[in-house]
Design a protein around this ligand. Structure first.
Ligand code: URA
Length: 210
């Protein structure tokens, strides 16, 4: 399958992302905006989930009504900033299962090291939405995706908030079959591996740890 990037240019998402990027945006506002954007991203990323018809009774009559098919979707957060997207997605997918993967980035080499992994059972029958806000070098996203693919899920989609062209290239070289969903493709990475113009350190801004 060809590498796919879904660039989500919805005006509501773009406006909210602009507010998140601003230096002066508070931790509380940043968190709320990420939650709101993630609810909207959930809508985009679940567009092609399959539905089946089920007979139900309305107060008037019976009908064949669409319901989501198969095992519950799994939202997997790449710790710790992925938790911000996870929470927004859960607001619209309240029954989704949740997994976590801890990837630490070595500040010198920018290599990613896994320190935690926990996902639901029966991954082979589930679709995965893997969340990490900043696709920078791509190292942690690539490693997290490889780890998730080893559990044999039906399908994986990668969702971020801001992507660097370098990260997209590296990610798709490693995982050409995993589509990326992102509202923003920024200019480049700087020498420290931060996205330019970006929004700074997503985890620090989300949790107020600067
Ligand atoms: N991680 C972040 O939080 N921000 C960046 O710009 C790059 C990686």
């Amino acid at each position: 399958m060809a590498s796919v990037v879904h660039h989500i240019e919805h005006p509501l998402i773009q406006h909210k992302l602009t507010l998140m990027r601003r230096r002066e945006t508070s931790t509380g506002a940043f968190r709320r905006l990420l939650q709101e954007i993630s609810m909207l991203l959930a809508y985009e990323v679940t567009r092609d989930l399959s539905v089946t018809l089920e007979e139900i009774e309305t107060p008037i009559t019976t009908m064949q009504a669409p319901t989501l098919d198969g095992k519950k979707v799994v939202i997997i957060s790449v710790l710790r900033a992925g938790d911000g997207i996870r929470d927004g997605m859960l607001a619209v997918l309240p029954s989704a299962r949740v997994g976590h993967i801890g990837m630490a980035r070595d500040p010198k080499t920018l290599e990613a090291h896994e320190y935690y992994f926990k996902v639901p059972r029966e991954m082979g029958e589930r679709e995965v939405i893997l969340c990490d806000p900043m696709l920078a070098t791509g190292n942690s996203a690539i490693a997290a995706t490889a780890r998730v693919l080893r559990t044999g899920p039906k399908r994986v989609k990668f969702v971020c908030l801001v992507a660097a062209p370098e990260g997209i290239r590296a990610f798709h070289d490693a995982h050409p079959d995993v589509p990326i969903y992102t509202p923003a493709i920024d200019e480049r990475l700087n020498e420290k591996g931060y996205i330019v113009p970006g929004l700074g350190d997503a985890g620090d801004r989300l949790f107020g740890t600067t």
